[in-house]
Design a protein. Structure first.
Length: 252
């Protein structure tokens, strides 16, 4: 990922509406997997970025989320938060023993691989997980919602529900649940990305600029509503992000 974006994330990830809302959704899906810390002995975040999610994870569950990232800039920020279990590495060649991980989290990382090579990461995720181990993966969704922010961050692909499911199942995963998110704001995003940005010839730039407080709160409430729907079993039909929980099939 563009190293400059790590600095933008570090500045905004505590208060920016997208980070706050998506963390709540991720934790909603993780809570059933971590009711007891005794069931999770080795958890890994494949693509930890600045370490903000790993820090919140450890505070919430009392379980260390070991962080891996390819970019030194991300690891430097993560270390400054006091995270201890950090390692430089590539999600296509994870430096962990086969069958050693109980839980693997990968948030908005696979999208930085060239389209058609995502199977290299999926195969590695499966390899390092124990039979019955869980994967929580989030990816950018729907090519029509690609933006100048996508270009700035070096995002190389986006997924549909069908393509993500097929890729994970082909690798050997069993998909437990999958849903789009950032649903309510998707029509606004489409107008901005497909109409406004082309008309203004807007150059690639980070989208992580803090909006006015009232707007930041409004956008966060949209994600909070989606979190409430997800809690009550509703999977959304489209959106800017796609979240999936899958497990490595147990050996019979």
């Amino acid at each position: 990922m563009n190293a400059e974006e790590f600095r933008n994330i570090r500045k905004t990830e505590r208060q920016f509406w997208w980070f706050r809302g998506m963390r709540k959704i991720a934790f909603l899906w993780l809570d059933p997997l971590l009711r007891s810390s005794h069931t999770i002995h080795h958890a890994v975040e494949a693509g930890c970025g600045t370490g903000g999610f790993a820090l919140q994870f450890e505070r919430r569950y009392g379980v260390t989320l070991a962080g891996l990232d390819l970019e030194p800039e991300g690891l430097r920020h993560a270390a400054s938060l006091g995270l201890k279990q950090l390692v430089a590495g590539d999600i296509r060649a994870l430096p962990f023993e086969s069958g050693s991980v109980d839980l693997l989290v990968s948030l908005d990382v696979v999208v930085h691989l060239e389209r058609g090579t995502e199977h290299l990461a999926f195969d590695e995720f499966l390899r390092v997980l124990k039979p019955g181990g869980s994967l929580l993966i989030r990816v950018s969704a729907m090519d029509a919602l690609r933006s100048r922010h996508s270009t700035f961050t070096w995002e190389r692909q986006r997924f549909t529900r069908k393509r993500l499911c097929q890729g994970l199942e082909r690798a050997g995963f069993e998909v437990r649940r999958i849903s789009y998110f950032n649903f309510f704001l998707a029509p606004v995003a489409w107008l901005k990305f497909r109409i406004w940005e082309p008309l203004t010839a807007a150059p690639p730039a980070s989208g992580l600029e803090m909006p006015p407080r009232w707007l930041n709160t409004l956008f966060e409430k949209c994600l909070q509503a989606e979190c409430w729907l997800s809690k009550h079993g509703v999977d959304l039909p489209f959106g800017q992000s796609l979240l999936c929980c899958a497990t490595r099939r147990k050996v019979r």
